[in-house]
Design a protein around this ligand. Structure first.
Ligand SMILES: *Cc1c(COP(=O)(O)O)cnc(C)c1O
Length: 807
């Protein structure tokens, strides 16, 4: 990438990039490496953003606007350059300028590290929401942690997952601004005392400093630039010179190391192993810094803490920041000297809480002794809040002792624990689910008693995805094709996409739609060849399941069906099989043994099937390493079939399902989460639904489910399970999958066996539809046309009107 072009042809933007390269990075163009061009481009772009950013802040301030604060332990933002350029409508201009310098914009975009500060859907939702908040011109701050390593990088060694640190900051981060002036003390432990005037004092035993690091978030058309404020940690005494001079080099830095460990990595939220205390520390660290920042800003602008709910809406993305409820109470009572009732009214009016899971093992709770030791003052406040809550409950009708125990912030069954979901519920005026079914189940299951006490609190906000990243950014060819057909208005309002529906009847349009998909598949096939050395046929069905590896998401169901299909193809080679490529990607929590084994199984199955010449290439299986936003952006536009096959009632919403359908994939899925609403939007004829409903799953559980009989009654299933169990796919270790398969016979918590026959039949239905080329393309177009409702702009509009009161 050396400058070979005529210097006299360089425009002002090219000269600005050179200027940045020389004066900010200290290199001339001959010495510049691709990373230097990336950095110079981002820094140049930043100059324009900064002005808009300051304007956005000033305008909000001048208007006295209410601000939205989105607290999330995860922000899965991915790369920012392409998105930002597209939103500023600058991509062509910057591409031209770089071309004048002999640099290829697409190539440097690919060098940008993928900021993986999240596990999966919850973190990606936070990132989509930040973009939509800016797009809707709402003043908002995202608050989270600036993890030095974030989510681990996944390598596959001999089929096994290996976790490596993600070094996304290795080349620095040109997007961010450290705000040393925005720093707060965050204390832990110590003791609480009272004085004669009745005031309470918390003297923490240790403290760190939280320092703000800001990243600009640019909305569509650059209308507004909001702030993603991530906290980093600094020791109050980072370097002890006296210790150093005594020769104690490690001791001299020990406090700083301890502080840094707070922001080192994101603990996978379904990890069951250690790191528990560190996770609670992380949650309090970022919640406390964020609440202090919000309160400071409010006082600075408006003077009176009692007007906080009129000027600030704080949304808790799941329970990870729920301790913020107690933190705000602490500041109101201890620092602003409000009485408990006044403080509680302000707190409730300020917070909203979004629930993301009903799985009992994923509902956060902390052992009481740990909570009390780390946060003694908050423990007192939790008790005080609980007393108020339970008094209210006792006074309500129809609340018996069992209900009181369920409502309590303290779980008294067995080891006493602080229930974060109950704290968030009690401390918020709005509690929302993320898809219609999920919200309904919140009311009837985990929150049934709290719902009886506060029947108006639970509401639904079905998730969404930003179409800027998940259509326009990742699928430019489809975006152009849609614009040719219906004009460009859909880029400003995804709800205009339905105008595309009539084009499903246009044979010429169907051909062009199919050609875009095929080109995307060719591009993905090249990537697969380059990364894992496997050749794929772009005319086969690309059948994709990418998401965290978890038993409830049932990658195992897909793999067992893959094995069954492999058997069928071998047994009946004369049949007219549809060529298929099964693509998998996803990370398993490092402590989740079965999920890691499922990754190994996918790789073992792939090795065996891909290496078997007798099936004539009709079936290929690939596991792509290191699933992240960037990989999703490659895979989603190339999928024909989207696998959304969770056990009904277990996937709160899903957002991967939305990305695929928007890009013209058909869904094979259960009636779970947002799949139900996707079916309602795209039409039952354009989606393949199978399996038990949430009600049927619950009934089967209650009625004593006997998977052994189910397996023995299904020849196809029994054969596949027994082949895996007996080591057909693991000749090097025949017992590798014995326990995993025995689990299906013994309990099958996730009802893989119960849904297997329906799933296999649905897959043959997919083959049949694929055989009707026109019919398939019609369905694909209708998917794209009818997915506009799932824009996160629609979701954020609902939050803004119905929860935050800012629209
Ligand atoms: C969208 C997305 C998810 C969520 O996928 P689900 O299928 O809804 O679980 C997870 N990870 C990444 C990188 C994503 O982009």
């Amino acid at each position: 990438m050396t400058a070979t072009t005529d210097v006299s042809e360089r425009g002002p933007l090219a000269l600005a990039i050179i200027d940045t390269l020389v004066h900010r990075i200290g290199k001339d163009e001959r010495a510049a490496r691709p990373h230097d061009w990336l950095e110079a481009t981002i820094l140049t772009l930043r100059n324009e953003i900064i002005e808009r950013w300051m304007e956005s802040t000033k305008a909000a301030h001048a208007a006295g606007a209410k601000r939205v604060y989105y607290l999330s332990l995860e922000f899965l933002i991915g790369r920012l350059l392409r998105d930002t350029l597209a939103n500023l409508r600058h991509r062509d201009e910057v591409g031209d300028a770089l071309r004048q310098l002999g640099v290829d914009l697409s190539a440097i975009e690919e060098l940008e590290p993928d900021a993986a500060l999240g596990n999966g859907g919850l973190g990606r939702l936070a990132a989509c929401f930040m973009e939509s908040l800016a797009t809707l011109d709402l003043p908002a701050y995202g608050y989270g942690i600036r993890y030095v390593n974030g989510m681990f990088r996944q390598r596959i060694d001999d089929g096994w997952q290996v976790e490596l640190p993600e070094t996304w900051l290795a080349h620095g981060n040109p997007w961010e601004f450290e705000r040393r002036e925005s720093a707060y003390f965050v204390g832990f432990g110590g003791e609480v005392t009272g004085d004669e005037a009745g005031r309470v004092h918390w003297k923490p035993g240790e403290a760190v400093e939280a320092v703000a690091v800001d990243t600009p978030v640019v909305g569509w058309r650059g209308k507004r630039v909001n702030t993603l404020r991530l906290w980093t940690a600094r020791s109050l005494d980072p370097f002890k010179l006296d210790a150093f001079n005594r020769g104690d080099f490690e001791g001299a830095m020990a406090d700083q190391l301890r502080a840094e460990s707070l922001v080192r990595v994101l603990y996978p939220n379904d990890s069951t192993a250690a790191g528990q205390e560190l996770r609670l520390r992380q949650e309090y660290f970022f919640s406390s810094a964020s609440i202090q920042d919000i309160v400071r800003r409010h006082i600075q602008y408006f003077g009176d803490i009692r007007t906080l709910p009129d000027r600030a809406a704080i949304q808790l993305n799941d329970t990870h920041p729920a301790v913020a409820v107690a933190e705000l109470m602490r500041l109101l009572v201890d620092h602003h000297e409000l009485d408990m009732d006044a403080a509680w009214a302000i707190t409730r009016a300020t917070f909203g809480y979004t629930n993301h899971t009903l799985l009992p093992e994923a509902l956060e709770s902390w052992p009481l002794p740990l909570f009390e030791r780390l946060l003694p003052r908050h423990m007192q406040l939790v008790y005080a809040i609980n007393a108020k809550l339970l008094r209210e409950a006792r006074a309500a009708e129809g609340i018996d002792d069992r209900a009181i125990a369920a409502i309590s912030l303290i779980d008294e069954g067995g080891e006493r624990r602080v229930r974060m979901a109950n704290l968030a519920f009690a401390g918020a005026h709005s509690v929302n689910g993320v898809a219609a079914l999920h919200t309904q189940l919140m009311k009837s299951t985990v929150f049934a008693d709290l719902h009886r006490l506060y029947p108006d609190r639970i509401n639904n906000k079905t998730n969404g995805i930003t179409p800027r990243r998940w259509l326009q950014g990742c699928n430019p060819a489809l975006t152009s094709l849609i614009a040719e057909a219906i004009g460009p208005d859909f880029t400003d309002d995804a709800q205009k996409l339905p105008a595309l529906a009539p084009f499903a009847e246009d044979a010429g349009f169907r051909e062009r739609f199919a050609a875009v998909k095929r080109a995307n598949k060719v591009a993905l096939a090249e990537h697969v060849r380059d990364t894992i050395g496997l050749r794929l046929d772009p005319d086969a069905i690309f059948d994709v399941q990418i998401k965290r590896i978890h038993e409830y998401k049932r990658q195992l169901l897909n793999l067992i069906e893959t094995v069954a299909l492999y058997d069928q193809i071998r047994s009946h080679p004369e049949r007219d099989w549809t060529p298929r490529v099964k693509l998998f990607a996803g990370k398993a929590a490092s402590s989740y043994v079965n999920a890691k084994l499922i990754i190994k199984l996918a790789n073992d199955v792939a090795r065996r099937i891909n290496g078997d010449p007798s099936i004539g290439g009709l079936l290929k299986v690939a596991f792509l390493p290191n699933y992240n936003v960037s990989l999703a952006e490659r895979m989603v536009p190339a999928a024909d079939l989207s696998e959304q096959i969770s056990t009904a009632g277990m996937e709160a919403s899903g957002t991967g399902n939305m990305k695929f359908a928007l890009n013209g994939a058909l869904t094979i899925g259960t009636l779970d989460g947002a799949n139900i609403e996707i079916r309602d939007q795209v039409g039952a004829d354009n989606i393949v639904i199978f399996g038990m409903t949430a009600e049927e799953v619950a009934a089967k559980r209650a009625g004593g489910y006997a998977p052994r009989a189910v397996i023995e009654n299904s020849a196809e299933l029994a054969q596949a399970v027994n082949a895996i169990a007996s080591g057909v796919f693991s000749p090097d270790d025949p017992n590798r999958y014995r326990d995993l398969m025995n689990g299906l016979y013994d309990h099958d918590w996730f009802m893989v066996a119960a849904d297997f026959d329906a799933y296999a039949a649905a897959q043959r239905e997919v083959d049949r539809r694929w055989g009707d080329r026109d019919g398939w393309q019609r369905s694909a177009i209708r998917n794209t046309a009818n997915m506009g409702w799932f824009s996160s702009d629609r979701t954020i509009g609902e939050y803004a009107r119905e929860i935050w009161g800012v629209l």
